[in-house]
Design a protein around this ligand. Structure first.
Ligand code: SF4
Length: 250
């Protein structure tokens, strides 16, 4: 049977994107704690074949049943993942493999980024000395799953996008340029991150003004917290905590 070829889209990311690697047992705010992880159908079959325990199957979406203390049942006391230890990283379900990445979908391209609610991502995002630079990092399918890595050229221009996307991309460029002007480089990186992450979804939900207010509120509230922080690590933690409390409710 002939199958349709997968449409390959350009995958765009901030230039720091490839620096990320999960710090696993060294993470103080592990995403293996307190989050109920849904399991995608392909991974569910794999888990069943391997006899993986601790899965709740319904009536809700299949997910790992958290322990009484709210941990993933496969999180070991030394902070490592029992599933990875036994079967290798390839065993993970989509959500575990993907965190802390997020995606924004445009015509012909998908933008990917690291979410600030992960402490290691926060260090990378906020520790950049230079303004955010977007680049093409390879090809992906329509879900934003990477098909091939390649190139680190500049991001494709937005002249060929439909008018509404071109307009929003133009607005975002202007907001990013303004954000880069903050005297405090860490505040500039924070503002760039919020703009890059939060603005594009206005294409689908039409909540542009609300999203801009959210970005401005984030910058203000985190900057206020930072006045009480002693250094880089404390500032990263304040930003991470704000993101965890606020960004997943936008
Ligand atoms: S929050 Fe980030 S660094 Fe911590 S365990 Fe999850 S992916 Fe790894």
């Amino acid at each position: 049977m002939k199958t349709d070829p997968v449409e390959a889209l350009t995958l765009v990311a901030p230039s720091y994107y490839r620096q990320f690697k999960c710090i696993a047992q060294r993470c103080r705010h592990s995403c293996c704690r307190g989050w109920e992880i849904d399991i995608d159908p392909v991974s569910l079959e794999r888990f069943k074949a391997l006899g993986v325990s601790g899965i709740s199957e319904g009536p809700d979406t299949p997910h790992f049943t958290l322990t009484e203390s709210g941990d993933c049942p496969h999180l070991r006391s030394d902070g490592l993942c029992e599933l990875i230890i036994r079967h290798g990283e390839g065993v993970l379900c989509d959500i575990c493999r993907d965190h802390p990445r997020f995606r924004s979908f445009w015509t012909g391209r998908v933008e990917i980024g690291l979410g600030l609610s992960c402490e290691e991502a926060a260090r990378i995002i906020l520790g950049q000395a230079e303004p955010m630079r977007l680049e093409s990092i390879g090809l992906c399918d329509s879900e934003g799953v990477e098909l091939s890595a390649g190139g680190s050229g500049g991001a494709p221009g937005f002249e060929d996008l439909p008018e509404d996307e071109r307009w929003l991309m133009g607005l975002r460029e202007r907001m990013l340029e303004e954000a880069a002007q903050y005297d405090d480089p860490m505040l500039a990186r924070l503002a760039e991150y919020l703009i890059y992450r939060q603005l594009p979804d206005a294409l689908y939900d039409g909540r542009l003004e609300e999203r801009i207010e959210f970005i401005n509120r984030g910058i203000e509230e985190i900057a206020e917290e930072w006045e009480r922080c002693a250094g880089f690590e404390e500032r990263c933690e304040a930003a991470r905590s704000w993101s965890e409390k606020n960004e997943y409710r936008v």
